[in-house]
Write a protein that binds this ligand. Structure first.
Ligand code: HEC
Ligand code: HEC
Length: 368
């Protein structure tokens, strides 16, 4: 008892001393320590865990800020474009034009990528030049053919906008706007763009039954294509699964493959422009096929206006070149699929459309 009493006196004195200190520094130290609300990330069925950088945990406050920044036109040089200008929700967060037009009216040479399940990828852009989302989100702002703004200017504009200092304070503890904080918040927002409620997802968990046509399309998708060397006969499949496999429900391996679009690469060498290695010529990031029905036109240069064009390309086997991927097993020959196969394959691809994803109010423009 005595010991207890003595201890409590010590504790009491410590508390008095501490509160005295606190009074002295009242305007510097907040009374309540800075806290954020952890975001309850739900990993959908059959998805792998998401790799989130330790120095940028998902918080409700960070994601809220990231959403505002994603839709913020002040991040562009003349305040006319936000990220959402080229990544439109109704088009699966992609752009229906072949090449997006930047703020100066300049046209790029790449099709805007659909933004979906980015937290499971590990390289970004068609040529994979960004390794993390935190790096990726900083690039469009200063890209002359996109938003054409300096981060320096953007930061001043956000700091002077009454909306932002409180949002930065909620997310990071002080009202200071910095490029690093903005990047972290936008990356967090992008990690929440999760699509996992398509017919395909529901079929996997037994809540939907494929129509016979969708089922036939799925079977084509996961069956080998081209000529079976043992029998000399066509395998009869579309052979999509090697690169757009449904393992982990991603519908894309995010690896750099040459899928046989070209035999020469002077237009756009893809990964080779980043690595300088000619063996990387024509290799581009394999995207997820989720929401593919909504994200036309297709490929890094948007060369195919519709899925019919995509089908014709793969059915031809693709163009042979020095770097064509070994998984393009029918290259130079073809898949030998007919019109009914095309119908079925496209019907299956449409089961990857997720309308609750594109209409999710948590992703929409908060300024509207
Ligand atoms: C002018 C149109 C335009 C604007 C504005 C724009 N983007 Fe993009 N985005 C593109 C294009 C085009 C690509 C593909 C570029 C490439 O691969 O070189 C792309 C690619 C991406 C990717 C890569 C996706 C993947 O799967 O690898 C992400 C992420 C992205 N943009 C996010 C953003 C964010 C965040 C902003 C705002 C800061 C933004 N974009 C602003 C057109 C735009
Ligand atoms: C060797 C790996 C590989 C195989 C096999 C493959 N793809 Fe692809 N796919 C890719 C790559 C890489 C890209 C991006 C190529 C580019 O834009 O340069 C791509 C792009 C696409 C796109 C356009 C995506 C977009 O956002 O613009 C569609 C659609 C597509 N593939 C469907 C299929 C279908 C259907 C099959 C089977 C018939 C298939 N792919 C087989 C690697 C592959």
């Amino acid at each position: 008892m005595i010991t207890w009493k003595r201890n409590s006196i010590v504790v009491l004195m410590a508390v008095i001393m501490l509160s005295a200190c606190r009074n002295d520094r009242e305007d510097e130290t907040p009374d309540i320590p800075f806290t954020t609300t952890p975001y309850d990330l739900v990993i959908p069925p059959f998805f792998p865990p998401m790799d989130i950088p330790a120095d940028n945990p998902l918080t409700v406050e960070g994601i809220t800020l990231g959403r505002y920044l994603f839709w913020e036109k002040k991040l562009s040089g003349n305040n006319t474009q936000s990220c959402g200008t080229c990544h439109l929700p109704e088009h699966g967060f992609s752009d229906p034009s072949q090449f997006s037009v930047g703020i100066t009216g300049e046209v790029g040479n790449r099709q805007a990528m659909a933004l979906v399940n980015l937290g499971w990828a590990y390289n970004y852009f068609w040529d994979g030049r960004a390794e993390t989302l935190e790096d990726q989100v900083q690039m469009p702002v200063e890209n002359p053919i996109e938003m054409n703004e300096t981060w320096e200017n953007a930061i001043v504009e956000l700091q002077n906008d009454p909306l932002y200092p409180p949002l930065f304070e909620d997310a990071f503890g002080t009202p200071e706007v910095t490029q690093e904080r903005a990047a972290k918040a936008m990356a967090s927002f992008l990690r929440t763009l999760i699509s996992a409620d398509s017919k395909f997802d529901r079929e996997r968990i037994g809540e939907y039954t494929f129509t016979p046509l969708e089922d036939a399309g799925f079977n084509l998708f996961i069956t080998e294509g081209g000529i079976n060397a043992n029998t000399g006969q066509p395998w009869g499949g579309a052979d999509c699964f090697h690169c757009h496999g449904h393992a982990g429900m991603q519908m894309g391996d995010y690896l750099m493959h040459n899928n046989g679009l070209d035999s020469h690469f002077d237009q756009d060498p893809g990964l080779a422009a980043i690595t300088g290695n000619p063996l990387d010529s024509g290799r581009f990031k394999t995207p997820s096929l989720r929401n593919i029905e909504l994200t036309a036109p297709y490929m890094h240069d948007g060369r195919f206006p519709d899925l019919h064009g995509v089908f014709l390309h793969y059915n031809s086997g693709g163009n042979v070149s020095t770097t064509i991927d070994p998984f393009m097993e029918a290259a130079g020959g073809g898949l030998y699929l007919d019109e009914l196969d095309e119908l079925a394959l496209i019907e299956f691809l449409k089961t990857l459309t997720d309308t609750s994803f594109i209409h999710n109010p948590a992703f929409s423009d908060p300024f509207n």
